[in-house]
Design a protein around this ligand. Structure first.
Ligand code: ZN
Length: 345
């Protein structure tokens, strides 16, 4: 039987190979004199991601670049997902998209209302004002940005210094995304999945089914401790179970993670879920043996001490999980903790 010619080199082995080919598939549209050095990595033809150099906490050495920025390019139009922590970062993205890909950014998507994801909107304020660009987010994220972004900007500036945050200001989304909406750009289809309440109370998920690419905002971390402060441990676990059911080949969250085998899940999805399940079990076990809420911040999970942010966040995560789980434990009473499902195989 004659096989259909592959329109793109996509299924799984090609993605794994593409991730190792940082610059060998540059688009012909790039300008000949372009000296752009941003380390875009190909996730699929036309889909590029600029990941952080290492999994780390926000600090002066990374200028706040701790989450990946994605660009999807079709012809001379581009869509950016999470433009980064500052105007400076957003400007680097904007210039690179023009120089390297010969395109203009027409759409920006903010996955959730955290400073390192959304403050890069500031680099596009002029294009927004001229009606040449839309900034998209769900209603919860827009409301949270309006309420909290000023504090987030002040906090990030205090951590990074004035120079990397220069001229960064709050630019709110201009259009609200609805669940089930499908964003179309050339051959790409980004479906807006139901809003999750795990990492925040308004986690946006975007699913490209043909490529099996999933953007999950803050729901998947690499070797860095997940941040639960504004989230829900049970909501997060449920969200990751729904994500797993999609069988994504690549997830882009706080890190980029690619399945290593055709029938496996991206490893960061599995390890993030395992951390949350271990945190949940440890908190319930502490309640079972009579520990008190004020002892939660000393609840250790030794398997994760090598992850970035462990020292800063493990105690806070345990306190947050304690507050959430205490009513459940009181309802249930002391007893064996049910083992979490293993979604990794
Ligand atoms: Zn986040």
């Amino acid at each position: 039987m004659r096989r259909m010619a592959a329109h793109w080199c996509l299924p799984w082995p090609c993605v794994a190979a593409l991730l190792t080919m940082l610059s060998c598939t540059l688009p012909s549209a790039a300008r000949a004199n372009c000296r752009d050095e941003l380390p875009w990595q190909a996730l699929a033809p036309g889909v590029w991601v600029w990941p952080p150099a290492v999994d780390g906490e926000i600090g002066p050495t990374n200028a706040g670049h701790v989450v990946p920025t994605t660009v999807i390019v079709h012809g001379r139009q581009a869509l950016v997902i999470d433009p980064g922590p500052s105007r400076a970062h957003g400007l680097r993205v904007r210039r690179s998209v023009a120089c390297r890909f010969g395109a203009q950014v027409r759409w920006i998507i903010n996955t959730h209302a955290h400073a390192e994801n959304v403050l890069g909107n500031a680099a596009f304020a002029d294009r927004l004002a001229r009606g040449r660009l839309e900034i998209l987010a769900n209603a919860t994220t827009r409301a949270a940005m309006a309420q909290r972004c000023s504090d987030c900007l002040a906090s990030l500036t205090a951590r990074l210094g004035e120079v990397p945050m220069a001229d960064t200001h709050i630019v709110l989304p201009s259009r609200i995304l609805g669940e089930g909406e499908v964003l179309r750009l050339g051959p790409y289809r980004l479906k807006v999945l139901p809003t999750e309440k795990g990492h925040t109370d308004g986690d946006l998920l975007l699913w490209e089914p043909r490529l099996r690419l999933l953007w999950v905002g803050g729901l998947v971390y690499g070797q860095r401790l997940p941040e639960l402060a504004q989230g829900s441990v049970d909501g997060w676990l449920a969200a990751l179970d729904r994500v797993a059911e999609l069988r994504p080949m690549v997830v882009v969250g706080k890190t980029v993670s690619v399945a290593t085998e055709p029938d496996a899940l991206p490893p960061a999805l599995v390890s993030t879920r395992q951390y949350l399940a271990d945190l949940r079990a440890a908190v319930l076990e502490a309640m079972d043996i009579g520990k008190q809420a004020h002892e939660a911040d000393s609840l250790a999970l030794p398997a994760y001490t090598s992850w970035a942010g462990y020292a800063e966040r493990q105690g806070l995560n345990a306190q947050r999980a304690w507050r959430e789980l205490e009513p459940i434990w009181m309802e249930r009473g002391p007893g064996p903790v049910s083992a979490p499902q293993d979604v990794g195989r």
